[in-house]
Design a protein around this ligand. Structure first.
Ligand SMILES: Nc1ncnc2c1ncn2[C@@H]1O[C@H](COP(=O)(O)OP(=O)(O)OP(=O)(O)O)[C@@H](O)[C@H]1O
Ligand SMILES: [Mg+2]
Length: 317
């Protein structure tokens, strides 16, 4: 029986109990229930119970309808939000392609020219330094355009059977230079995931993990990052938690928005892109409150959760 239907039954049962209880009370108070000289208290009790059961069942059905209505409204709001996000992403995609086309070539020329001029000066000369600023900034802009383009292109998932451990190792190896510079330690507890063969696009999932570990290490004061795996019949998840400052309350709702960043040199595309990859796998990427790796859950914690089977494959099965 559906949980919803139980409302009707509970309502009816409560009504019937109330009807019988009321009748018993009346009998207890000495009310004389006689029909044609015969005791009719049982009949009255049954009529009361039946009527109140009807009322109770009706109330249950009303409650059920209200719940269904509320659930439909929530679903509709979520779908609208998703459509809005997709439209926003499509607009960013068009913008990114335009910027890439218009800016990349001249930027390349500027960079090459600055590098050529730089060679004319001794390394200690101011002009040499000035040229290296131009080269560095041109590289940074180029990196931003690459990130924009990657973000604008919808994540195309190429699933293969993969082991999770090497996938995590790859992400950690890529994050290693940043971790070492900031003296951040990483511990990984993936045993609960074993046997950890999953169907994913390994490059994309490594990219998500790299984004989470990099963000955790870039947060001021992070000393320790914890990766923890978990599995259940529907899917598997990895939590990346740190003992840094955590995310300010007013920022939590914006974390996955493209271009949201609190860093001077951030693009704000890391989490937006990671979220997109998780969705392309039929999964989710969430910020979990109060689950950081510091004392009393201080710090930030993100959870990547994916189903065992990719949605497209599930549909084809
Ligand atoms: N572990 C974390 N601890 C604290 N804040 C975080 C953490 N992870 C993400 N954030 C916040 O979320 C913002 C968005 O992260 P995102 O990865 O999308 O972009 P970014 O890191 O700012 O830029 P980029 O990824 O290009 O370097 C960050 O600027 C930071 O404010
Ligand atoms: Mg980032």
């Amino acid at each position: 029986m559906s949980t919803d239907r139980r409302f009707d039954l509970w309502g009816a049962a409560a009504g019937a109990a109330l009807g019988l209880g009321d009748t018993a009370l009346l009998v207890g108070l000495g009310v004389d229930m006689q029909v044609a000289g015969r005791d009719a208290s049982l009949l009255v009790g049954l009529v009361f119970a039946f009527n109140l059961a009807l009322v109770g069942g009706l109330a249950g059905a009303l409650l059920r309808a209200r719940r269904r209505e509320r659930a439909a409204a929530t679903e509709l709001a979520a779908t609208r939000q998703e459509v809005f996000e997709n439209e926003k992403l499509a607009a960013i995609g068009r913008l990114a392609a335009g910027i890439a086309h218009e800016v990349r070539n001249p930027l390349g020329v500027m960079r090459a020219s600055a590098a050529m001029v730089q060679e004319q000066f001794a390394p200690e000369a101011d002009a040499h330094r000035a040229c290296s600023f131009v080269v560095d900034e041109a590289d940074r802009l180029n990196g931003l355009i690459t990130a924009l383009l990657a973000f604008a292109r919808p994540s195309h998932v190429e699933p293969t059977e993969a082991d999770l451990e090497p996938l995590v190792d790859r992400a950690l190896a890529l994050a290693r230079p940043g971790l070492d510079v900031r003296r951040v330690e990483v511990s990984a507890e993936l045993a609960p995931l074993a046997p950890s063969r999953v169907r994913v696009d390994p490059d994309l999932i490594s990219q998500v993990l790299l984004c989470l570990v990099t963000n955790a290490s870039e947060a001021d004061g992070t000393r320790h990052i914890q990766l923890r795996g978990h599995r259940d019949p529907e899917g598997w998840s990895i939590r990346v938690a740190d003992d840094g400052p955590g995310v300010a309350e007013q920022d939590r709702g914006h974390l996955f928005e493209p271009f949201f960043t609190t860093k001077a040199r951030g693009t704000g595309l890391g989490l937006a892109m990671a979220g997109q990859i998780a969705r392309a796998h039929g999964g989710t990427l969430r910020f979990l409150e109060g689950a950081g790796a510091g004392p009393n859950g201080r710090g930030a914690c993100f959870e990547l959760r994916l189903p065992w089977q990719l949605p497209r494959e599930r549909a084809a099965a």
